[in-house]
Every structure is written in structure tokens, then in C-alpha cells.
Design a protein around this ligand. Structure first.
Ligand SMILES: Cc1cc2nc3c(=O)[nH]c(=O)nc-3n(C[C@H](O)[C@H](O)[C@H](O)COP(=O)(O)OP(=O)(O)OC[C@H]3O[C@@H](n4cnc5c(N)ncnc54)[C@H](O)[C@@H]3O)c2cc1C
Length: 401
């Protein structure tokens, strides 16, 4: 059911109230130099199709671009200090289950990419280490490593964290501090006569709301939202499958989030259960409401790969499964942020390509700074600026899962 906004004008209108929209709203309320009004418009407050509610909820520092390493390092800092920062007595104390991500390379080319990436990661202060197949077998005897050339893993601040608790904390705290969350949908925008500013958004229920600044935090629907302002961005909904299974004989130690060379990945989920994910080689853009499962893909592709890599996973039982959507940046698999160069009050928070949950603290903080001061004050997120898209100058992230 659509709600009616309390005002007809807001300093900041955020389109999309999931992880990115809520992070930005909350960081605005944290900033003593921001005293404007904030409206978060969310088309589905159950978040049934949002990426945020379908996630694997892991963080890593194993990226190929330095800025992505630093973005995740802030996530670790934020999550570990969440209770103190969020400003809610009832908020839980959080940690990171640092089982690490284990990248397995089966070719010399892939191994070389891991070596190049580790140099970037070390320069940013990450604790990643390379492992020979013998070292992998010594520390994780359950793997088959006959085909493996090299592995890389980081067990410091890399693994599972409770993204749901952070999402919930941001929303509750932002609302308590005066941010208005509206169940409604932005369906159109108007610009000034020069076409240099967004003047207003039109809601599905018909109201027209004036806005000072607009943030596009609409996940897989980001291109549709940008198109309302006449802007083209290369973001598509891509389907990603997840399965949780119980193993008849659980492993005797934590399973790192293992990225098999095939792209299938699997991690520790606690209590003798594991979470696994993957996508088909044919990876088209899908309809916004297409969450159908592909059972043959599991049966004929994913499970055989798992059982080959970890023979103990021959005897397992799937206990739950779902499909979710990445907001996939088809140009370079990286975030798109910052203001539009011509429409100066339109801000992007788009294209996170499967690593947006862990990026949400740094992205929300940075966007709140940009909205308040017109510049980044902590971590410089300008490598992700929309301008690179307009100039067709990709900032390629190679470590996409
Ligand atoms: C299977 C899977 C596993 C993942 N695993 C990880 C992981 O381990 N680590 C990690 O960091 N990231 C992971 N991700 C990615 C991460 O979940 C996303 O990058 C992140 O949640 C993006 O948040 P968002 O707020 O940008 O988008 P979303 O969560 O999709 O939210 C966008 C919101 O905008 C709303 N909206 C859209 N259009 C409108 C409109 N016109 N008007 C009003 N509201 C609108 C939508 O209803 C939605 O609630 C995973 C994603 C998937 C699908």
C-alpha cells in the first residue's frame, strides 16, 4: 500500500531504502554539518526482491583494485564497532567470522592474476597470503587440489558478518533521528528548464515531491531510475543462485568461502551446514520479477563440482535455496558513484556487481559527505565516479564472484 509523504519538498530524496539507501540516510544523520530533511522512497518495504535480502553476507579484502580493498577495510572497522556507532542501545555487538576467502587457481594465468592482486592488497595493508597446493592440503585436508596451481586466502577481517543486523540498525536509527521512510515508488522525474537539476520526483500514487538532491539507490532497477532523468547506466539484473545444505559428515574445521576455478563458491554456514552459490555461463539480464530456480544446474553442474573439490560433499542434503539479483555493471563490475556532471544534483549509488553489502558502510559515508560538502572527506571514492562511464574508461575489478 502506498503511503503519503508528510511534506511536499525534501532536501534529499533517496530512491530505494535497502542497504545503500539506508546507509546513506543514516550517515547523513550522523553528520553534524547536515541538518536537511531526508525522504527514503521504497517501492517494497518487505524488500522481497532487493539484492540486500538475498545476499551471502560476506566481506573480503581480496580485490584487484586498491580502492575496493580500502572500502572493505572500512566495512570491517564499522561492523566491529557497530554497537557503539549505531546509537541504539538494543543493537547487537557484531563481529566477523574470519574464515577467509580461498581463491583456487587451476592455470598459470589465473595464478598470475592472484599474484598481481596480492601485491595491490598488501600495498593497502591486507593480510592475504598465497598458498601452494601442498600448503592448502596441509591446512585444509578436505580439498582435492590435484588440479590446483596456487591458492590465496586472507583470514583477517574476511568472512561472514551479519548484514541483516546492520541494515536493521541503519533503518531504525535513521528513522529515530527523523528520516522519513515512505512506502511508495518513484515513477518519474522533472528537471529545470536548463536540464541541469532534478526538480521533483513523481510517486506512483501521484504526488509530486520537490527535491534538493536525489540519490539513485535502486539496486538492480538502477538503470530504470536513471532513465527517468534521461541518464544511461550499464547496470542490469543478473541472476545468482544460492543453496544451503547440510553435510552428512561435516568438515572438521571452518570451510573458507572457497571460489572454485569453475566459479562455484561455497562457505561455512555453521552447525554442519554450508552455503553455496553460482550462476550459469549463459548469464543474461533477467526480468525484475524472475527468481525461478534451475534445478538441473544444481544437479548436473554445481553439486558435481562441489563433490569433486570436497569429496565429503558427496553426501549432502539441500535445506534451502533461492535466486537473487546482482545489480551488475556490465562495463567494469565496479560501483558507480558521485554526481552526474551535467545534472549536478543527481547522485549514483549503483552497479555493485555482487560486492555491495560490504561496500555499503563506505559508500553511505562517502555519499553523505558528498551531499553535505560537495566532496569526499574521508575515503576518496572518486575512482568510482560516473564520469568514467560517460567516457567509457573502465575501472575493471577482476575479482568478481
Ligand atoms: C545471491 C547474492 C549474494 C550476494 N553476496 C554478497 C556478499 O557476500 N557480499 C557483498 O558485499 N555483497 C553481496 N551481494 C551484493 C549485495 O547484496 C548488494 O550489492 C547490495 O545488497 C546492494 O544494495 P542496494 O541497496 O544497492 O540494492 P537493493 O538491495 O537491491 O535495494 C534497492 C532497493 O530499491 C528499491 N527501488 C527500486 N526502484 C525503486 C523506485 N523506482 N522507487 C522506490 N524504490 C525503488 C527496491 O525495491 C529495493 O529495495 C550479493 C547479492 C546477491 C544477489
Amino acid at each position: 500500500m502506498s503511503e503519503t509523504p508528510k511534506q511536499n519538498s525534501y532536501d534529499v530524496v533517496i530512491v530505494g531504502g535497502a542497504m545503500m539507501g539506508s546507509s546513506t540516510a543514516w550517515f547523513l544523520t550522523e553528520n553534524p554539518d547536515f541538518d536537511g530533511s531526508v525522504l527514503v522512497v521504497e517501492r517494497d518495504p518487505t524488500y522481497a526482491t532487493a539484492s540486500t535480502t538475498h545476499t551471502n553476507s560476506c566481506m573480503r579484502q581480496q580485490f584487484s583494485t586498491e580502492i575496493n580493498v580500502r572500502v572493505s577495510q572500512f566495512a570491517a572497522e564499522f561492523v566491529k564497532d557497530f554497537h557503539n556507532r549505531i546509537g541504539l542501545e538494543s543493537a547487537p555487538k557484531l563481529g566477523i567470522r574470519s574464515f577467509g576467502y580461498m581463491y583456487l587457481a587451476d592455470t598459470e594465468d589465473f595464478a598470475e592474476t592472484l599474484r598481481e592482486s596480492i601485491a595491490v592488497q598488501h600495498a593497502a595493508g591486507a593480510a592475504t597470503k598465497l598458498m601452494t597446493p601442498e600448503e592448502i592440503k596441509r591446512d585444509y585436508p578436505f580439498y582435492t587440489v590435484d588440479d590446483i596451481v596456487l591458492g590465496s586466502i586472507n583470514t583477517v577481517d574476511e568472512g561472514f558478518w551479519d548484514g541483516t543486523a546492520v541494515f536493521d540498525g541503519w533503518r531504525r536509527s535513521a528513522k529515530a533521528r527523523g528520516v522519513e521512510y515512505l512506502s511508495n515508488e518513484v515513477v518519474a522525474m522533472t528537471k529545470n528548464a536548463q536540464g541541469t537539476r532534478i526538480k521533483s520526483v513523481t510517486l506512483k500514487s501521484g504526488e509530486v515531491i520537490a527535491c534538493g538532491k536525489l540519490v539513485n539507490a535502486s539496486g538492480p532497477r538502477a538503470a530504470r531510475t536513471a532513465a527517468m532523468a534521461g541518464i544511461d547506466i550499464p547496470v542490469e539484473p543478473r541472476k545468482r543462485y544460492s543453496w544451503v545444505f547440510a553435510a552428512e559428515k561435516p568438515l572438521d574445521r571452518d570451510l573458507p568461502l572457497t571460489i572454485d576455478p569453475s566459479g562455484v563458491h561455497c562457505r561455512e554456514n555453521g552447525g554442519g551446514t554450508y552455503q553455496c552459490g553460482g550462476h550459469t555461463d549463459d548469464d543474461p539480464a533477467v526480468a525484475f520479477d524472475d527468481f525461478s530456480m534451475d534445478h538441473d544446474f544444481w544437479q548436473d553442474h554445481v553439486w558435481p563440482i562441489l563433490a569433486t573439490r570436497i569429496p565429503q560433499f558427496e553426501a549432502i542434503k539441500v535445506t534451502s535455496e533461492w535466486a537473487g539479483h546482482y545489480a551488475y555493471n556490465i562495463l567494469d563490475h565496479n560501483a558507480i558513484t558521485g554526481a552526474h556532471p551535467e545534472i549536478g544534483n543527481f547522485f549514483f549509488l549503483n552497479g555493485f556487481s555482487g560486492h555491495g553489502l560490504q561496500q555499503s558502510p563506505a559508500m553511505g559515508r562517502g555519499t553523505a559527505e558528498l551531499l553535505t560538502y560537495g566532496e569526499y572527506r574521508t575515503l576518496d571514492l572518486s575512482p568510482f565516479d560516473y564520469q568514467r562511464i560517460a567516457r567509457n574508461e573502465p575501472l575493471i575489478e577482476k575479482a568478481v564472484i
